[in-house]
Design a binder for this molecule. Structure first.
Ligand code: C2E
Ligand code: CA
Ligand code: CA
Length: 893
């Protein structure tokens, strides 16, 4: 834009005057050449100026411009001046013509008057004074410029008119008059009228003398006649006219030979030929020359030139000012640009040194600005140029990415700044931590955030290291006592909140000191590291082991469903620690003492639990080391009892001391026995009875249940096939059977398949089995179905999670749990539930057995509600084979 304005200004400045002067020039070749030169140089100069401007060489372009303006002005001025001079000389010449013509006419008039007089006298050679006077008087009256008439017969003046004042002339003999003789003789010789002078008059003043020769008819010289013409009066008119025209006047006369006679008015200007104009005209036999030149007006500049100069002056001032202004703007802009650039460079290098980056983000989470350092810090390469916050997904973990987005959103909405640390996904040089600090801004285009990021990897790593050193044991890498206490407190809180149990184990290596003394500290350390690893392997993911000091370790076992689990883990640790430690080709043997406490049974605080576990551990040491012990006596007794019972159970299963008892299941409509449930019963050799609740759970914990279930299946079928009355069998299986890695399940399925050929079998499973591993369960249950085995859901209602499985699995029977039957007539909710189960089962074509019917009221209720079958002490307790036979007989009779 500015450049176009500039071009327009410059073109106007140069071209406008050129056109202004054009029309008057056409006829002068010189002017035409000047104009061509002008346009040629214009076409050369303009590109140069524009080029300089374009190259921003502003000072040079200003100077070039001014210089060319000056040159152009001179050219145009000289052209205009020539034009002006030409016009002026034309004008002067015209005036001069007028002036000279009048003067010439005047003189001619006098000379013809003289000629007339001479003719008069020649016709009257004997002229009298009176006649002369008469004639002269008439002529003189006509023209005051004529001073007198004098006639000289035989060249002696004898006629003068008027005589008065001219007396001296009378009698003048020309032949004797030195000054006038030659002139008079010239007139006579040439026979022409002559005008000479100016001469000073005897009577004063100056005059031109006109002389004419007078010859008589016979060509005889009579004499001459002369008239002096008052010079002043003759020229006065001419001089006045010249003055009016502001012209310097010079009048000169020349003789016949062209020789200058005199300059009788003014001074001709010789040096300025151009400004001077002259005209020659004949006067008698001589010649006059009238020259005029301008009266001082040449020094005055013509107005057009003044206007031209003013025009150029103002135009160049304006354009120079314009250029200067532009130059100033340009240099300001350049300075700003260079300041900005140096600021930017400074920021970039500060950013690089300090490892600080930043970006600007708008309300739509678009990134408006992004520093190069940010690319290096976040993307790990300069080409990382996110345009939206979503693009961070490639460098941040999903969690950190979501966190960043929510923080940015919150900061944009609430103007609350954030200050967060985020971890950039591991690059080649490991993870990088960035601290991002936001600052909210408002603008007309909407709110935006400026986020400054700082590389805090060193700080984070250092604090992590410090934290690790403060919380972890440097030798084994296990949490130290401090961290352990913290974790234990958190575990206690969690257990309290979720109503769970947890256990603390205090583990101490027996006779560790001699290892240090005998094998050296390095070996001692190696043993500790290995011991730590072995302990870790015995634990679940959710458990914690830490090294408290020296050879002491402490363990937290979270979520303990049964204390027996604690015992089994402790026993496992005891076992693995007894394995030899092979170090440096040496086998080192160790044993361990473990003290155990339970939350909330033994203590409710972390320090209490640990202290009591420590005490229990000392008890083990006192009892001869290499063992484990609970802090609570009862628990310890139970633990010991269980330990003993387990060994007995192994033998009991092997020796088939555990036998099936049969509890009848009756059709509630007709009271017929439809089947019996086999329930395991263990009577020891000493006659003592072990409740199923104790040995079944122990069998489950120890994995013996698979053997037990198979034993029960075989024994029950064996008993029933021996009976004379056929009765169907309902058998329990543990969910554990489905989870064993040995071939127990296959063996059991094979047995069921075989036995189901002779006996109608129902398998009782729990809801847990189905929800644990539905794929496998469905598989097995489908197999069983294919043998004609029925499936019953035991303890129905206690593990309600979803009833979906009733559709998905081939369920034939539901056994409503005893806890609901117990509440018949007691709790309305249980009754509603029973009714609902019965209705639901009916709809799904599933049969219903009510468990644990103990009284008539319950029985009546269930009959009323059309429950299909019933089982319970009221209808028949679990009985041994013989008793059950008797019962059946009784029923049949
Ligand atoms: P369950 O399968 O629910 O068996 C029914 C339990 O209720 C039996 O207890 C039975 O004696 C008891 N019972 C039956 N009628 C009544 C009654 O009217 N009142 C009361 N108070 N109790 C009644 P038991 O025999 O002590 O068995 C306990 C649990 O042990 C069984 O519950 C079953 O889950 C499990 N079990 C028993 N034998 C075996 C077996 O051979 N294999 C497996 N895996 N589990 C078995
Ligand atoms: Ca059962
Ligand atoms: Ca049951």
């Amino acid at each position: 834009m500015l450049f176009r304005v500039f071009i327009a200004c410059v073109l106007t400045t140069f071209v406008l005057p050129a056109f202004a002067m054009e029309p008057a020039q056409q006829f002068e070749q010189l002017q035409i050449e000047k104009r061509q030169l002008f346009f040629l140089s214009l076409s050369l100069t303009l590109p140069i100026i524009f080029f300089l401007w374009y190259r921003r060489l502003l000072v040079i372009s200003i100077l070039t411009f001014l210089l060319s303006v000056f040159v152009y002005e001179r050219i145009i001025e000289s052209m205009m001046m020539a034009e002006h001079d030409y016009r002026q000389s034309q004008h002067t010449r015209d005036k001069l013509k007028v002036i000279s013509t009048r003067l010439q006419i005047d003189i001619e008039k006098y000379l013809s008057t003289l000629a007339g007089f001479s003719v008069y006298i020649s016709s009257k050679p004997e002229l009298t004074s009176e006649e002369f006077d008469q004639y002269a008087e008439i002529l003189l009256e006509e023209d005051p410029k004529l001073i007198n008439f004098s006639a000289a017969r035989d060249l002696i003046v004898n006629f003068v008119y008027p005589l008065e004042g001219n007396e001296k002339v009378l009698g003048l003999d020309y032949r004797k008059h030195k000054q006038q003789r030659d002139a008079v003789l010239q007139v006579i010789e040439s026979r022409k009228i002559m005008l000479v002078g100016p001469v000073n008059l005897v009577q004063g003043g100056a005059a031109f003398i006109g002389r004419a020769p007078i010859y008589t008819k016979n060509e005889k010289l009579w004499g001459i006649i002369s008239i002096p013409i008052d010079m002043e009066k003759l020229l006065s008119d001419t001089i006045l006219k010249a003055k009016e025209a502001k012209l310097n006047l010079a009048i000169q006369n020349y003789d016949i030979n062209g020789e200058l006679i005199s300059t009788f008015h003014g001074e001709p200007i010789l040096d300025n030929i151009n400004s001077q104009t002259s005209i020659n005209f004949d006067v008698g036999v001589g010649e006059w020359k009238i020259s005029v030149s301008h009266n001082g007006s040449n020094n005055e500049l013509p107005q057009s030139i003044v206007a031209l100069r003013a025009y150029f002056f103002i135009a160049s001032l304006l354009i120079a000012f314009f250029l200067w202004f532009r130059f100033r703007q340009e240099s300001l802009r350049q300075k700003l640009e260079s300041d900005l650039k140096s600021d930017h460079d400074l920021f970039v290098s500060i950013g690089q040194v300090a490892r600080v980056g930043g970006w600007k983000i708008d309300e739509s989470l678009e990134i408006q600005s992004w520093s190069a350092q940010s690319s290096l810090m976040i993307g790990n390469w300069i080409g990382f140029q996110p345009t939206n916050l979503a693009d961070f997904d490639s460098v941040l973990s999903n969690q950190d990415h979501q966190m960043l987005i929510s923080k940015v959103r919150a900061a944009l909405n609430s103007s609350e700044p954030f200050d967060i640390e985020i971890k950039i996904s591991d690059g080649d040089n490991g993870p990088v931590w960035i601290r991002a600090i936001s600052e909210g801004h408002r603008s007309l285009d909407g709110d935006y955030l400026v986020v400054t990021i700082q590389d805090v990897t060193d700080k984070v790593l250092t604090s992590k290291l410090i934290e690790h050193q403060a919380t972890f044991d440097s030798l084994t890498g296990l949490p130290n006592r401090l961290f352990y206490n913290d974790r234990l407190e958190k575990a206690i809180e969690n257990a309290k909140r979720n109503n769970l149990k947890l256990a603390v184990l205090f583990v101490d290596l027996d006779k560790f000191k001699p290892i240090n003394d005998n094998y050296g500290h390095q070996t001692g350390d190696d043993v500790l590291v290995e011991a730590a690893n072995r302990i870790k392997k015995c634990l679940r993911e959710s458990d914690t082991v830490s090294r408290l000091s020296g050879d002491e370790f402490a363990i937290i076992l979270n979520d303990i469903p049964k204390y027996s689990l604690v015992l089994s883990i402790a026993e496992k640790i005891l076992e693995v620690m007894q394995q030899p430690f092979v170090l440096d080709k040496k086998s080192i043997y160790l044993s361990t003492s473990i003290g155990m406490t339970l939350y909330p049974d033994d203590a409710s605080t972390s320090s209490g639990l640990l202290r009591k576990a420590d005490q229990a551990m000392y008890q083990v040491k006192e009892n001869g080391r290499n063992g484990c012990q609970f802090y609570t006596k009862e628990m310890q007794i139970q633990s010991e009892f269980k330990h003993e019972l387990l060994s007995e159970l192994v033998v009991a299963i092997d020796q088939k001391q555990i036998i099936p008892y049969f509890q009848p299941i009756l059709d509630l409509e007709n009271n017929n026995v439809v089947k019996c449930e086999a329930l395991a019963r263990w009577t020891k050799h000493d006659g003592s009875f072990v409740p199923p609740i104790d040995f079944i759970s122990l069998a489950e914990e120890s994995g013996l249940i698979n053997k037990l279930d198979l034993l029960m299946l075989n024994s029950a079928c064996n008993s029933l096939s021996k009976m004379k009355r056929k009765v169907n069998l309902s058998i329990n299986i543990s969910p554990r059977l489905f989870h064993t890695k040995d071939r127990a399940l296959e063996s059991w399925i094979t047995a069921v398949k075989k036995l189901s050929e002779s006996i109608n079998i129902t398998v009782e499973i729990t809801e847990r089995l189905i929800s644990d591993d539905s794929k496998k369960a469905l598989d097995v249950l489908s197999q069983l179905k294919s043998f004609g085995v029925r499936i019953a859901i035991d303890d129905f209602g206690t593990g309600f999670s979803s009833l979906n499985y009733l559709v998905k699995f081939p369920v034939d029977i539901i056994k409503i749990d005893r806890s609901f039957i117990m509440n018949i007539g007691v709790e309305k909710a249980s009754e509603v539930l029973i009714e609902t189960i019965i209705a639901l089962a009916k709809k799904m074509n599933i049969l219903v057995i009510a468990e644990g019917i103990e009284n008539e009221k319950q029985l009546d209720y269930l009959r009323n509600k059309k429950c299909n079958f019933g089982q319970g002490y009221l209808l028949g307790k679990p009985m041994n084979e013989n008793d059950f036979c008797t019962y059946m007989d009784k029923k049949a009779s």
